[in-house]
Design a protein around this ligand. Structure first.
Ligand SMILES: Nc1ncnc2c1ncn2[C@@H]1O[C@H](COP(=O)(O)OP(=O)(O)OP(=O)(O)O)[C@@H](O)[C@H]1O
Ligand SMILES: CC(C)(CO)[C@@H](O)C(=O)NCCC(=O)O
Ligand SMILES: [K+]
Length: 263
């Protein structure tokens, strides 16, 4: 029950480049997730701002509730340091091998979340502000990955850095490849080339580890999967979409993760 004040309650906060991603857990059970805007002022000591919570979770404001923070935006993370129950998750705590020091904590958490949920080896594609590939082998070692501008960022950058190109948003469905107007031409160019790249990375991954796990996560994961489903249904059917991978990963490194023998 969400409204029982429970000593096992905790919050997870993933600070991404576009926005904040939140999760409310009771012990191991993920109760609810939501997103909120980046903050501009520091959090007052010991008190979370009401504005971060959806209406039905307002009761959490009054509790000294533990908060686990993972951040890829240092200036945003600093705003939370006065909240004393907060703990920043670092790469050293992630039970994966061969992580390099500047690897994004979001990538490491999503990779461990994917491995624990679906098994190793696994490839995570995070379709967020940036789109990342993060591959982990059967020995739980980082094989490597890649970073490129995400779908939304590609569209925004084109509009911002050119005189004649307008802002366009991601379509729900895969657009026609051969466009006869400017907005459709932008959508086609960005989406078809990004999908070709995604397909190429997945196929390469499968040459390394035939039919191994591929999971798509992040703000644009559902759109990406819908486009793939139209363009290459055989690949879409073979991969998974999971919106909460990072929080699955966070659960592993919090004290409340007690019920599973991980390895
Ligand atoms: N309300 C929203 N605000 C911002 N982006 C949104 C929203 N709804 C969907 N999106 C899509 O999500 C994408 C950003 O993904 P996400 O929210 O995972 O990024 P993020 O906050 O930078 O997190 P990360 O750093 O983990 O990628 C954008 O390209 C956009 O198309
Ligand atoms: C690539 C992003 C921006 C994706 O959110 C983040 O994981 C990050 O800032 N990474 C640091 C660089 C790296 O992962 O190699
Ligand atoms: K930067």
């Amino acid at each position: 029950m969400i409204n029982d004040r429970n000593s096992k309650d905790w919050l997870g906060l993933m600070i991404g480049n576009s926005r904040l991603h939140w999760a409310f857990f009771s012990g191991n059970t993920l109760q609810q997730t939501w997103d909120s805007e980046h903050h501009s002022t520091p959090v007052v000591e010991g008190k979370l701002p009401q504005a971060i919570f959806p209406a039905d979770l307002g009761f959490l404001v009054r509790e000294n509730i533990p908060l686990y923070i993972a951040s890829v935006v240092p200036s945003q993370a600093r705003l939370w340091q006065e909240y004393s129950p907060a703990k920043i998750i670092t790469l050293e705590e992630i039970p994966l091998k061969k992580l390099y020091p500047t690897l994004g904590i979001d990538r490491a958490l999503a990779a461990i979340g994917a491995g624990i949920t679906y098994g190793f080896p696994c490839l995570v594609i995070d379709a967020g502000t940036a789109l990342t590939f993060t591959a982990v082998d059967s020995d739980h070692a980082l094989m490597g990955g890649a970073i490129l501008p995400g779908l939304g960022l590609q569209l925004q950058t084109l509009a911002r850095k050119t005189a004649a190109l307008p802002d366009v948003s991601l379509p729900e469905l895969l657009p026609p490849r051969w466009a006869l107007n400017t907005p459709e031409a932008i959508k086609s160019g960005v989406i078809y080339t990004l999908m070709a790249g995604v397909k190429d990375f997945i196929e390469h991954w499968w040459t390394q580890f035939p039919s191994a796990v591929v999971v798509v996560t992040g703000g644009d994961s559902q759109s990406l999967w819908t486009y793939l489903q139209t363009q290459t249904p055989e690949i879409a059917q073979a991969i998974k979409v999971h919106g909460e991978l990072i929080f699955w990963g966070m659960r592993v490194i919090t004290n409340s993760y007690v019920d599973v023998d991980l390895y």
